[in-house]
Every structure is written in structure tokens, then in C-alpha cells.
Design a binder for this molecule. Structure first.
Ligand SMILES: C[S@@+](CC[C@H](N)C(=O)[O-])C[C@H]1O[C@@H](n2cnc3c(N)ncnc32)[C@H](O)[C@@H]1O
Length: 279
């Protein structure tokens, strides 16, 4: 069975809604929080010069560049992502780096990559987008050398935050309620215990699993909506018919305006950070 079938689960994010504009927007807004999470993950993984690193769900490649600096000229970093617009941006920036490469690929379809060809695999802000986690982890086990490390940093399972509550409330009203999502959330978040069980089941020994408190801060409603659009590669309102998208966006912006404080829109969340090595 092709691994791609796992992506066809009810409510799985569509990989056909991304645009060049969303990719550029993601590149712009991910320089702060997402990139910082990625650098912290690289530090938790203690990536060393000379290592071979696979960056899964590499996006526009910002973290991959940082990883390429860490591994130096004797190491290499390969980034893969199913969204061509994002990989194009990553490729544009990588022209002068001999130790950095990218490809358009889906984590559920990595048969072409050789067994034990990586020392480290990392996924920054990607794992919560994967409907099935077991198949990717088994694939990572195959791709890593014995004792090779995997690092995951993603949104942790937890109660819905104020921005998500507000969006859900708008989408539950007419006329948007005529087009419900297949699931009540776009992502497939897990908690520490589920992460531990997944590692155990797929041949990894955990070195670090924790949920770190983080603060999400949006200066304006527009900023919050743009972040959700770009980081979800168009899935945020992608379940609605085109003629309702603009109307939903405007309604959400108006509703979010009612919860802006002097600090903007601030919400506390949990970030799941996990590092393990191949048994
Ligand atoms: C929020 S972005 C994170 C990008 C990047 N890792 C970073 O740190 O900025 C989520 C990424 O996960 C990727 N993704 C989603 N589903 C995927 C899949 N099935 N296989 C590989 N990557 C996937 C998306 O294409 C997107 O680029």
C-alpha cells in the first residue's frame, strides 16, 4: 500500500491549497517564533559538525540553513517538503551552499531514501500536521543509523485557545456551518504520554520529552489570521467554498477585534519537544 494513503484520512490537511503568496508570507512571519523553536530543537539535538541531517517538512528552508551551518562543510542537510512553492523558496536561498539540498517529497512516501543514511532527523512545527504518526516514525527508524537521533518540536495537545475558540465560533454560525470541517481541528496534536508510547512502539528510546509553555502574541487580528493562513498552507478556511472565504475572514477579523488587549492578542500554549535515539 502506498504511504500516501495515510494522508487521505478524514480531516487530513490538503497539500493543494498553498500558493506562492502564502509561502512568501510564511517565510516572512516564521523568522521569529518558528525559527526560534527550530534553533532550540537543534540545540536539544546537539547537532555536531560532520553530521548528516534530514529536515522533514522543511518549509522555506530557514531552519535548514541554520542546520547547514551547524554541520559545516563536512556534513550535509537535506530538506523535504510536499509544497513546491515552499521548496522553491528554499532552493533559491541554497544556491551557494554545497552542503544543503532540497526536494519536493511527502513524509508518507520516502521509499527512495536509503536505509541508515542519516545521523539526525528533525521535524520543526510539522508533527501536528501528520494524521498518522506511526508510519513516519517507522520510516525515520529505517533512515537513521543505529543510535541516530530524532527531534520533534510541535504544538502539544491541549484546550482550545481564545483565537481558535473565536474562529470555531464564527465557523459554527450560518452560512459557514453548512460546510463543517471533517474534524473540529485542522491538526493532529498529541501529548507527552502519546509521544512516549509512539517512540516505544516504533523502536526509539526517548532522551527528552516535555511540554514547554510558550506565548503566542499577535499585534493585530490581521496578523493572527495571516499566521493561521500561511502556517496551515491554505487549510485555515480552505474547507469553505471560495465565495464564502472572504466573508468568513472578515467576520473572524471583526470577532478577533473584540479580544484585542493593549498587548495585542496573547495566548499561552504548550509546545511538545521530544528527542529520542534509534534503538
Ligand atoms: C508550519 S510549517 C513548518 C516549516 C518548517 N519546518 C519551519 O520550521 O518553519 C509545516 C510544514 O509541514 C509540512 N508538511 C505537512 N504535511 C507534510 C507531509 N505529509 N510530509 C512532509 N511535510 C509535511 C508542510 O508542507 C509545511 O511546510
Amino acid at each position: 500500500m502506498s504511504g500516501l494513503q495515510y494522508r487521505g484520512r478524514p480531516g487530513a490537511p490538503l497539500l493543494t491549497l498553498d500558493t506562492d503568496e502564502l509561502a512568501r508570507e510564511y517565510e516572512r512571519i516564521s523568522t521569529t517564533r518558528q525559527f526560534e523553536y527550530g534553533k532550540q530543537l537543534a540545540a536539544d539535538l546537539a547537532i555536531r559538525p560532520g553530521e548528516r541531517v534530514l529536515d522533514v517538512g522543511v518549509g522555506t528552508g530557514m531552519l535548514a540553513h541554520h542546520l547547514a551551518e551547524l554541520v559545516g562543510p563536512s556534513g550535509r542537510v537535506h530538506g523535504l517538503d510536499p509544497l513546491p512553492s515552499r521548496v522553491h523558496l528554499a532552493l533559491d536561498k541554497a544556491r551557494n551552499r554545497g552542503n544543503l539540498s532540497f526536494e519536493v517529497s511527502d513524509v508518507y512516501d520516502l521509499e527512495h531514501l536509503r536505509d541508515q543514511s542519516y545521523d539526525v532527523i528533525c521535524l520543526n512545527s510539522v508533527f501536528h500536521w501528520l494524521p498518522d504518526k506511526t508510519v513516519p516514525l517507522l520510516t525515520f527508524w529505517r533512515l537513521l543509523r543505529p543510535a541516530g537521533r530524532i527531534g520533534i518540536s510541535c504544538m502539544a495537545k491541549g484546550p482550545r485557545m481564545v483565537v481558535q475558540e473565536t474562529v470555531a465560533s464564527v465557523l459554527s454560525e450560518p452560512p459557514f456551518d453548512r460546510y463543517p470541517r471533517e474534524r473540529d481541528t485542522m491538526t493532529f496534536k498529541i501529548d507527552s504520554e502519546e509521544m512516549r508510547a509512539l517512540f516505544e512502539m516504533t523502536g526509539f528510546s526517548p532522551d527528552l520529552i516535555e511540554t514547554r509553555p510558550i506565548e503566542q502574541n499577535y499585534a493585530t487580528p490581521e496578523q493572527a489570521v495571516r499566521f493561521m493562513e500561511a502556517s496551515s498552507f491554505g487549510n485555515f478556511l480552505g474547507h469553505l467554498p471560495t465565495e464564502l472565504v472572504y466573508r468568513a475572514r472578515v467576520t473572524i477579523l471583526r470577532r478577533l477585534a473584540t479580544i484585542v488587549t493593549e498587548q495585542g492578542i496573547v495566548q499561552q500554549r504548550g509546545r511538545l519537544v521530544a528527542v529520542a535515539h534509534r534503538r
